[in-house]
Each structure stands twice: as structure tokens, then as C-alpha cells.
Design a protein around this ligand. Structure first.
Ligand code: UDP
Length: 240
């Protein structure tokens, strides 16, 4: 299946891809490689919104599992996404790509607040807009933040760049016989609880007819291939 050509996309990167080969945190060399992929996509004429997770630094659920108050831990997770956004902004600007960070938690010394009309203007001017701090509320994830920003910015697709090359019928890390879908519909993802994004994010994409393209961002050049409709990926869209 191929999707109509995109004009504007939301690219969601899991925090863990910023670790490169490390176990934790940010590997600036790897962030620079990711930034090259984003630059290539932008140079192809696309308008790009970016959302980066925070799992390489802190996940609220992990804090809660160790006895922390969940909301408090989630706020820490949101702050982690701001650090990742600033790291990516730095890497993109070192490549000459103009970039703005907008955070759902206001932090006026380091970035702008989320203002949709201002974000529109940035995109018109050829800037990449990085949306940080998810939806700005605990009990959500950056997947939901990505779906929300994709909807409000009227993106043609949500591209989820992660460590796996698509959506499988079971976990490919534990089941070598797991089968990857080329396409799958939103309702199957939700009914079978397939590991794409959390359910609220998938439902928001379904309700707003935003296709989700899941692919591995770890392979060099893969984002460009996926944007050309090539490469290994899974497209989540509505069924027939
Ligand atoms: N988070 C949150 N609300 C949001 C977005 C993120 O509370 O709208 C917190 C949550 O604790 C989450 C953490 O920030 O675990 C990091 O985001 P996420 O787990 O989505 O990162 P990823 O898995 O994509 O690296």
C-alpha cells in the first residue's frame, strides 16, 4: 500500500534512539546522525514537526513502579523530553536547519510555549518545529503528544521512528517467528493491543484519519526511503 505524497508530517522519535549505543541518556554523535536524516527529509521539500520521547532519561511509569507518585514522575518524564528537544535543536542548527522548540510546559528561558498559529508560521518559513513535553499533562505519553500535534497541525501522517522496523503480530524480540504487517487497520491494533503506540494515541489518529507509519530510524537513510514509500515499514490506517 502507498499513501498519497506528504506535504507536512509529524515525526515522532522514541527517546531511546537518542542513546545510540549507550544504555542511558543522550549520545550527541548519534543525535547528529538523526539530525542529518531530518535535514534530508526537510530538504526534500517537506514541512516537519518533531516530537521526541523521554524514555532515554526518565519514564514516569518506571518511577511509579519504584514507589514514586505517578504524576510527579510523569512531570519528570516531560522535563526529559524538553532536554531531548534541546539536544535535537542544537544538532539541527549545527547543520544549518532553522528550528524552534515549543513546550507544552511553559519554560520561557529555553523555548517557546506551544502556540499553534506561531508553529504554522515557523513551518511556512521553513523551520522545523519540535514539540516538547508531550501534551503537558501526566498519565499521557509522547505518543499521545505526537498524535495531538499531528491533528492540530493537520499533518498528512504521523511517522513513528523507533528501534523496530514496523508492527508485528507478537514481540519480535522474544518470538523469532513474529510476523510484520505491511498494513494494519487502527481497530486491529487496538483490539489486539499491538505494540505501536498507546491506545489513546492510536484512537486519536483513527478519529482524525491520520495514517501512522512505523519504521526503524536506526538504519541510515531509512527515513528518506520511507518518505519515498520504499523501505521496511508498517502503515496503520483505516480498514476497507
Ligand atoms: N509524559 C507525560 N505526559 C505527556 C508526555 C510524556 O507524563 O504528555 C511523561 C511520561 O512519564 C513518559 C515520559 O514523559 O513516560 C517520557 O515520554 P515517553 O515515555 O512517551 O517517551 P518515549 O517512550 O517515546 O521515549
Amino acid at each position: 500500500m502507498s499513501l498519497p505524497p506528504f506535504k507536512r508530517v509529524l515525526l515522532k522519535l522514541s527517546g531511546e534512539v537518542l542513546m545510540g549505543g549507550q544504555q542511558f541518556g543522550i549520545d550527541p554523535e548519534f543525535v547528529a546522525e538523526l539530525a542529518k536524516e531530518v535535514k534530508a527529509a526537510k530538504d526534500s521539500g517537506l514541512e516537519i514537526c518533531l516530537v521526541i520521547g523521554g524514555g532515554n532519561i526518565f519514564r514516569g511509569m518506571a518511577g511509579a513502579a519504584k514507589g514514586m507518585d505517578r504524576a510527579q514522575a510523569d512531570y519528570m518524564g516531560m522535563l526529559a523530553t524538553v532536554m531531548n528537544a534541546l539536544a535535537m535543536q542544537n544538532a539541527l542548527e549545527q547543520l544549518g536547519v532553522p528550528t524552534r522548540v515549543q513546550s507544552a510546559i511553559e519554560m520561557d528561558k529555553v523555548c517557546e510555549p506551544v502556540i499553534r498559529r506561531r508553529a504554522e508560521r515557523h513551518l511556512e518559513k521553513g523551520r522545523v518545529v519540535i514539540f516538547a513535553a508531550g501534551v503537558g499533562a501526566p498519565y499521557f505519553t509522547t505518543d499521545s503528544g505526537a498524535a495531538l500535534r499531528a491533528a492540530e497541525m493537520r499533518c498528512d501522517a504521523l511517522l513513528k521512528g523507533t528501534s523496530v522496523d514496523g508492527v508485528y503480530d507478537s514481540d519480535p524480540k522474544t518470538n523469532p517467528a513474529a510476523i510484520r504487517y505491511d498494513t494494519v487497520d487502527y481497530d486491529t491494533v487496538l483490539a489486539q493491543n499491538l505494540k505501536v503506540m498507546d491506545a489513546s494515541a492510536v484512537a486519536l489518529c483513527r478519529d482524525n484519519s491520520i495514517p501512522i507509519v512505523v519504521f526503524s530510524i536506526r538504519e541510515q537513510g531509512n527515513l528518506a526511503r520511507v518518505l519515498r514509500g520504499e523501505g521496511t515499514q508498517t502503515i496503520v490506517t483505516k480498514g476497507n
